[in-house]
Write a new protein. Structure first.
Length: 581
RNA sequence: GGCCCCGUAGCUCAGCUGGAUAGAGCAACUGACUUCUAAUCAGUAGGUCGUACGUUCGAAUCGUACCGGGGUCACCA
């Protein structure tokens, strides 16, 4: 029972009726017809712009169409009244009885309330984190990780078959740097007095690995021939770093379905194959590209390179796929990787990247267009920078300086749920200030506390009620017993809960989980308000001792609120608290 | 210089993809604890939606130009 759809169907039927009466043959675009909850209470429970947006197509005046639709809407059972206001808005007030039905609907649907089949079983691939296995995760990665995980949960909830994927960059030059750094750390651990070479990874996170090497090989590694030795270290280093990263992800409550190795592609002939595929399409050629204008390069050399004709698909310049030493650029295996995603039959492919990769987007879009054999929905979500703030000061984090806040250290101070909620409370393409002191505060400053507190209060109320042998109503039959109508604050909460399916829909449609975080705050606010006002008037409390009949629907309302909060937090990957401490 | 993102209350941000008198939280001020958890609530105050044109019944939202902030620009990943 989706009220928006009920109203919408009724409205569109009326529109068709009108069109037939006027003998209009051409089809009418009804996508622009919106049925929504208006901002102002005086504007009813729902309002629609239908009369205004379709006036032209129906070659008529807004108020004339409005009148017809109004009379049709009034036939609908759930509609209490309809008014035609302003420039032609139809403001619809819903029958009070309906809100009772909504409560019983939520009670019976429980964690399925708000679910709908938007994806229709289509396969979606979400690639996120994909951090180089050369160091631990930083806050930027965490934001991408949390975002990707939440979006995955959301898409899964609305009927997509989701694969969460991590692309492991274990093949490029940065791995050689890692190997070299690890070897030096190993030598240092053996007591040799040497500094790390230029460009090596600073920070002491590789020290445990060096110790592992000593445990395993003693001094023997030094005697092994360099090529062979690097191979050994490479394998162990990547394995070790991925273990660290995986455990970081796990402690954030994030699990991946698939880790896709770049090195494996390099070892096979997958990359050659996909490049050849493009060659056949005439999209690969040898040529030179010009230096970007406006930026001065001291050592620019025009150079013949193997290029991918990405300009064919809207990119600014064609992109090199081979370096001067003959090895692949980063882009080449990534092309093959994306070709592989398409080959695996995904209908939706979403890449979640840091904003510093924005220049990479049009290139990827070109790759998808070049390889796609069917219609594929491709989107790159860019996640903006995270600033870590403590004592009102920005903590600078640079990999080069080894100046790092480790995820594990952060987690000692802040729970993963807080991190998740804060990071998801913001649109992904706006920078985020992550203030540790605020996260630790136990007040409304800390948004997840506010939502959790509402949840804990509900749990507490229901528990107390159960002790007094009072229970929420469960279904329609019980509702018949209801004698007292909702008071204003209760109604406000019910209506807020009725918005949940639409919140899910919009969040999923636009790939914007932050809408859920905002909505949960509104639900919590509405609940706290009701709780507080009931407190002031004893007879409106959730529990009125000695009057169980008065309480059943109120308890059901509390229970429904709990259901929605729980569902919402679940989609954000957060477990609600039953009590506060 | 090109491309991408941002600019909304003192601060941090929403704004349902074109709707009605632009909304929250924080900070400020006023008030509410014999409680189903005051880690909360009620209220007051706070705005040329960066600027200017344009598109139309209607613009914070769309277009163009400009201003300001951030990111990025072959042989890194």
């Amino acid at each position: 029972m989706d009220i928006v759809n009920i109203l919408r169907d009724k409205i569109l039927n009326a529109v068709n009726e009108y069109a037939e009466k006027k003998n209009l043959k051409q089809s009418i675009n009804t996508d622009i017809v919106v049925v929504e909850r208006p901002k102002k209470q005086q504007q009813g429970d729902y309002s629609t712009n239908v009369a205004m947006v379709l006036a032209k197509a129906l070659s008529s005046k807004p108020r004339e169409i409005g009148e017809l639709i109004r009379s049709r809407l009034r036939e609908e059972e759930i509609v209490e009244s309809v008014s035609l206001d302003g420039p032609g808005f139809l403001n619809i007030t819903i029958n009070l009885e309906f809100w009772n039905l909504l409560i019983s609907e939520i009670m019976s649907n429980k964690n399925l309330y708000g679910k709908f089949d938007f994806g229709q079983g289509r396969k979606a691939n979400l690639e996120f984190v994909s951090a180089n296995p050369t160091g631990p995760l930083h806050l930027g990665h965490v934001r991408g990780a949390v975002f990707g995980d939440a979006l995955s949960r959301l898409l899964e909830f609305v009927g997509y078959r989701v694969t969460k994927e991590y692309y492991v960059n274990d093949g490029g030059a940065q791995i050689n740097v890692l190997v070299r750094t690890v070897y030096y750390r190993y030598l240092q651990k053996l007591g040799e007095d040497i500094d790390l070479p230029d460009g090596a990874y600073p920070g002491d996170y590789l020290l445990p690995l060096a110790e592992n090497l000593i445990d395993k090989f003693g001094k023997k590694l030094k005697d092994i021939e360099e090529f062979e030795r690097d191979k050994i270290i490479r394998e162990l280093s990547v394995e070790y770093m991925m273990k660290v990263i995986k455990s970081d992800l796990k402690s954030l409550n994030i699990g991946m379905d698939n880790f896709f190795s770049e090195q494996k592609m390099i070892n096979s002939n997958v990359i050659e194959n996909s490049i050849n595929n493009l060659k056949d399409k005439g999209l690969i050629y040898t040529g030179t590209i010009e230096a970007p204008k406006g930026k001065t390069y001291t050592n620019w050399q025009a150079r013949e390179q193997l290029l991918f004709k990405s300009t064919e698909f809207g990119d600014d310049i064609d992109r090199p796929i081979k370096k001067s030493d003959g090895s692949w650029t980063y882009f080449a295996p990534d092309m093959a990787y994306h070709a592989d995603k398409l080959k695996r039959g995904f209908d939706v492919v979403i890449d979640i990247l840091g904003a510093d990769h924005s220049g990479y987007v049009s290139r990827l879009e070109a790759v998808i267009k070049a390889f796609a054999e069917k219609k594929v929905e491709f989107e790159v979500k860019l996640v903006q920078l995270v600033k870590l703030i403590k004592n009102k000061k920005v903590l600078k984090m640079s990999k080069r300086a080894g100046d790092y806040v480790l995820i594990q250290d952060l987690l000692e101070e802040v729970s993963p749920d807080v991190i998740r909620f804060v990071m998801l409370s913001r649109n992904n393409d706006v920078p985020l200030d992550f203030d540790i002191d605020l996260m630790l505060s136990k007040s409304k400053d800390n948004p997840v506390f506010y939502v959790n507190y509402a949840h804990a209060r509900i749990v507490s109320v229901l528990k107390r009620a159960a002790e007094l042998k009072m229970w929420p109503i469960t279904g329609e039959e019980d509702l018949q017993k209801r004698t007292t109508p909702f008071i204003e604050n209760e109604l406000a909460l019910v209506k807020k809960l009725s918005e949940w399916p639409n919140v899910v829909k919009q969040s999923a449609k636009f790939h914007e989980p932050h809408r859920i975080a905002f909505y949960l705050n509104e639900v919590a606010s509405s609940f706290h308000s009701l709780y507080q006002s009931s407190n002031a008037y004893g007879q409106y409390r959730f529990i009125v001792e000695g009057s169980p009949d008065l309480c059943t629907t109120r308890l059901a309302l509390a229970s429904c609120t709990q259901i929605v909060i729980k569902n919402g937090l679940y989609l954000l990957g957060i477990v609600p608290l039953d009590e506060m401490y």
